[in-house]
Write a protein of this length. Structure first.
Length: 308
């Protein structure tokens, strides 16, 4: 019995409630913590959608979310406003608050819960956000559509935000700019969503009646009722590289017309050759190009009174 007890009594085993420790802990207690396992931050690496290459997130952020292959990844409204205005400084204009789920839309997940989740994820009231500031020294009102908010869908909230932005542009007598990104109308709001196509068009009529420029920047993707309304009513249409732009999807069109569409159909480079887009501009160059266009268009407006 004594021999058994002797065999179990080996160095390093827990005895009398004492914690087992290795030899390194005994001679240098602080060393063990120095080499403790550290958790890697989430999303430290981002995969390029074109090549599959893993890109270090800080490098991608410094490149404005444009990958080495030239893929322009989608960005949120807040970041878009920061990189558009001079020094990232702008006045945030609050979006109007509208009724949630006016039609009590039946779904697997309640519509009001979808809205709550989207607001928490993006920090925005709806799929559009408004900012006022200078672009290359030219004051302007900019509205940004955020695809991460329910696919940038057009509903009552987005429609009211667009109208508010147009009214602010007229009130401040500055150009109106929009960055579009949308899958189309929001099905949970039915006809109320489709009505925003007409309402936004009427708001643009007020901007143009005031002699103010309206410039559209088409980003990936811009489709459906958004492309069929305010996205195609600009004085100038710019687009980011390789953005998908169209009313319906490629497969639906091919099945309807029973024709095979050409490669690159509905991409910004294809459409600029057909006159639907005026110019394809890389993300880093957009502020300077926008500033130049807005200053030129406003110069013409300033000369109107003297010419009359």
């Amino acid at each position: 019995m004594a021999m058994a007890e002797q065999r179990n009594d080996k160095p390093g085993r827990t005895q009398g409630g004492r914690e087992r420790r290795g030899w390194l802990s005994r001679i240098a207690p602080g060393v063990r913590n120095a080499f403790a396992k550290r958790e890697t931050p989430e999303n430290l690496w981002v995969k390029c959608p074109d090549t599959g290459e893993m890109i270090y997130r800080p490098d991608l952020e410094a490149a404005l979310w444009v990958t080495p292959s030239g893929s322009h990844m989608r960005i949120g409204a807040a970041q878009r406003l920061r990189i558009t205005f001079d020094d990232g400084v702008f006045e945030k204009i609050a979006s109007p608050v509208v009724a949630d789920d006016p039609l009590k839309f039946p779904d697997e997940r309640p519509y009001h819960e979808r809205l709550k989740a989207a607001r928490k994820a993006t920090g925005e009231q709806d799929s559009m956000a408004i900012g006022y500031g200078n672009i290359q020294g030219q004051p302007a009102v900019v509205v940004v559509q955020d695809f991460s908010f329910m696919g940038g869908s057009l509903g009552m909230g987005a429609g009211e935000t667009f109208i508010k932005a147009a009214q602010e542009a007229v009130k401040r007598e500055v150009p109106f700019v929009i960055f579009t990104a949308s899958g189309g109308a929001r099905m949970q709001e039915g006809t109320l969503s489709l009505m925003q196509m007409a309402r936004t068009t009427l708001a643009l009529n007020e901007v143009k009646a005031a002699g103010l420029p309206y410039v559209v920047v088409l980003t990936d993707p811009t489709t459906g009722g958004v492309l069929a309304s305010y996205a195609m009513l600009g004085d100038v249409h710019l687009a980011e590289p390789n953005a998908t732009l169209g009313f319906s999807g490629r497969r639906v069109i091919e099945q309807t017309i029973r024709e095979t569409l050409p490669p690159g159909f509905q991409k910004s480079e294809f459409l600029v050759e057909r006159g639907m887009v005026d110019k394809v501009v890389p993300r880093a160059e957009l502020p300077s190009v926008l500033g130049s266009i807005l200053k030129t268009l406003m110069l013409g407006r300033e000369r109107l009174p003297s010419a009359a």
